[in-house]
Design a binder for this molecule. Structure first.
Ligand SMILES: [Zn+2]
Ligand SMILES: [Zn+2]
Length: 265
């Protein structure tokens, strides 16, 4: 494997059954079942595994009434990844479903955007509507990592490793970043919540939790510019990801491989 080429795995750890009107600003006239899956992602290259996002734990699952299908640790174990050996974690943003499991990676260094930490610790959190997807304990845990010398901040674009870079999108959360990964099939973009579902980026529609709609819509363009093609953009919460990408053998419905071409859909 060339130095900057990586394998990518989507690890599904949770599920939330909901109807389509809950997924779009202005609702959805079809009112059909349109569940969300919850993922973390493993980016595996020459220097080990880089983990994108850390999911949530059992306590948060109960608190938020979101189902855990398989704990994040089990998904990593299925790929032979020991969390204790992970050196690098990228946090796309500080919403509860992306930055929990605070102690799962005891030796990791965390990468996030300046703007996300400022947002999550500043005046916007005085507003209930804006702090809804955040948990104080998650934010405090990240502050503690900063004080422990275990965080690096990015302001816009940043390189994490050869072939792995972060890019500020904003929109859904003020400092949301996506991750671009070089693979055998060209650059793949892990959008995280820059597009929850394929339906958002394909239809120019917007998920209801939003800091800035204009940045969401511009973000769709940025995702496409960063990726080799629209088929190289991977949404953050879409159950179709596991349908379109081949499963890691024996791990169907749980772990899919994203550095190979998706099936036709
Ligand atoms: Zn989010
Ligand atoms: Zn999310």
């Amino acid at each position: 494997m060339s130095d900057d080429l990586h394998e990518i795995y989507a690890i599904r750890y949770g599920h939330h059954a909901r109807r389509s009107p809950a997924n779009f600003i202005d609702g959805d006239p079809h009112d059909v079942l349109q569940p969300l899956d919850f993922f973390v992602w493993a980016i595996v290259g020459p220097s080990g595994a880089i983990i994108l996002d850390t999911g949530f734990d059992e306590a948060m699952s109960r608190r938020r009434q979101r189902e855990i299908t398989k704990p994040v640790r089990d998904g990593l174990a299925a790929l032979g990844i020991a969390p204790e050996a992970v050196a690098t974690v990228i946090v796309s943003h500080l919403h509860y479903d992306h930055c929990g499991n605070h102690d799962l990676f005891p030796h990791a260094h965390y990468h996030l955007q300046d703007r996300e930490m400022a947002y999550a610790t500043g005046r916007c959190m005085c507003h209930q509507a804006l702090r809804l997807p955040f948990e104080a304990d998650d934010v405090v845990a990240m502050v503690r990592k900063v004080f422990a010398g275990r965080a690096t901040f990015h302001d816009g674009d940043g390189e994490i490793a050869p072939g792995v870079s972060v890019h500020l999108i904003g929109g859904h959360s003020k400092g949301l970043q996506c991750v671009r990964v070089m693979t055998r099939r060209g650059p793949v973009v892990l959008a995280s919540d820059a597009t929850h579902l394929y339906a958002h980026i394909d239809g120019g529609r917007v998920f209801p939790i939003t800091y800035n709609i204009a940045e969401v819509l511009e973000g769709y363009r940025t995702l496409k510019e960063l990726a080799a093609s629209p088929r190289h953009v991977v949404p953050g919460h879409d159950p179709l990801v596991l349908a379109r990408y081949p499963a890691k053998p024996g791990l169907e419905g749980w772990i899919a491989r994203l550095d190979v071409e998706p099936k036709e859909s």
